[in-house]
Ligand binder design. Structure first.
Ligand code: FES
Ligand code: FES
Length: 157
């Protein structure tokens, strides 16, 4: 049996009807129609479904939608501000850090979280922050380069 819940996503309120076992990932993609968050392994292993809940990265495929009532959810669609891309999105583009792009939303969300807390991370800190995200295409070199350029872009803002 479904119940009505309200989710705060990217500063908007979504009222949706969900079963108690509906994951946040399913609710975002199929009820809120925010398909930027990707469904990868569906087991908490790949990071493609990562969103921020109250500022903390979580894997939405292993989180229930009903657990997120009253919390602030940020998805990749909410990271640009007034159509101005976040510096990490610009750097990703500059470095060709996406190939198929399926992993990219999860990386961007975690990157935003990292730069919100540490504006000048070392390469090791970048690698640790991104260690829960898997990319099958790029080999990670371009991703790390994009992260380093983000630091410069943020310093120039
Ligand atoms: S789809 Fe959630 S961690 Fe892979
Ligand atoms: S760009 Fe294809 S999985 Fe990362």
């Amino acid at each position: 049996m479904k119940s009505l819940i309200k989710l705060h996503v990217n500063r908007d309120l979504h009222e949706i009807a969900v079963n108690s076992n509906r994951t946040l990932l399913e609710a975002l993609r199929y009820d809120c129609h925010l398909t930027g968050t990707k469904q990868g392994c569906d087991m908490g292993d790949c990071g493609a479904c990562t969103v921020l809940i109250d500022g903390v990265p979580i894997q939405s495929c292993i989180t229930l939608a009903v657990e997120c009532v009253g919390k602030e959810i940020l998805t990749v669609e909410g990271i640009a501000k007034q159509d101005k891309p976040h510096p990490v999105q610009i750097a990703w583009n500059n470095h060709g850090a996406s190939q198929c792009g399926y992993c990219t939303p999860g990386f961007i969300v975690v990157a935003k979280w990292l730069f919100d807390h540490n504006s000048n991370p070392t390469e090791d800190e970048i690698k640790i922050a991104l260690s829960g995200n898997i990319c099958r295409c790029t080999g990670y070199t371009k991703i790390i380069s994009a992260m380093k350029e983000t630091i410069q872009l943020m310093n120039n803002e």
